[in-house]
Write a protein that binds this ligand. Structure first.
Ligand SMILES: Cc1cc2nc3c(=O)[nH]c(=O)nc-3n(C[C@H](O)[C@H](O)[C@H](O)COP(=O)(O)O)c2cc1C
Length: 176
């Protein structure tokens, strides 16, 4: 598949079959993250792969709403940034996350991003603190998102070329 087709095919998938992600597919997905660009090439992100059913359920409940779909995924990757040695850790972690999503699309897999940073439970507990408690990562790391991966159990339409917001693109013209 050309990259042109991959970007058209990529949609958020939240419903998956029971089929697991093959080890080689997982490695290819992680490879895309580890090859993604980072500021000053610091590569300080970290990734926690979760395929344990109980833990998938627990992390799917790390915020008040919007992450429940992780429960039914065969695998999820928690994407962490290191604010101590990367001033643009959010950007670096986000680029890695989306790189994995495009790679998953190329492999014929579905994925969906669940936002963690700035999200919380109804009682105000930060979602990142819940994940840190569940997964045991250090205080220097913070989760940006969890990306769930799996074999889609539903079809989704490709991106609609006619609905692209070309009006949001501005071409600078030098004043005469
Ligand atoms: C920064 C970011 C945060 C997102 N957070 C969530 C989320 O918490 N839960 C969710 O179900 N989808 C989440 N999504 C997926 C978006 O809802 C989805 O990308 C958007 O609706 C467009 O649909 P598409 O990905 O199928 O093109 C997030 C996407 C991004 C980029």
């Amino acid at each position: 598949m050309d990259f042109k087709d991959i970007v058209k095919k990529r949609r958020s998938f939240r419903k998956f079959t029971e089929d697991p992600i093959a080890p080689e597919e997982l490695q290819t997905i992680l490879r895309a993250a580890l090859m993604s660009p980072t500021s000053k090439s610091c590569r300080s992100w970290e990734f926690i792969v979760v395929d344990d059913k109980d833990m998938l359920y627990k992390i799917s409940r790390c915020k008040a709403a919007g992450s429940e779909f992780i429960e039914a995924a065969p695998l999820a990757i928690v994407v962490l940034g290191n604010a101590e040695n990367d001033d643009v850790w959010v950007e670096d972690a986000s680029i890695a996350a989306v790189s994995m999503q495009y790679q998953a699309t190329e492999l014929g897999l579905g994925s969906c991003w669940a936002q963690v940073r700035k999200r919380m439970m109804a009682d105000g507990t930060q979602s990142d603190d819940i994940l840190r408690m569940l997964l045991g990562y250090s205080n220097s790391l913070s989760a940006v998102c969890i990306v769930a991966f799996g074999h889609p159990s539903i079809e989704r339409k490709e991106q609609d070329e006619s609905k692209l917001k070309w009006e949001n693109v501005h071409i600078y013209e030098k004043p005469e």
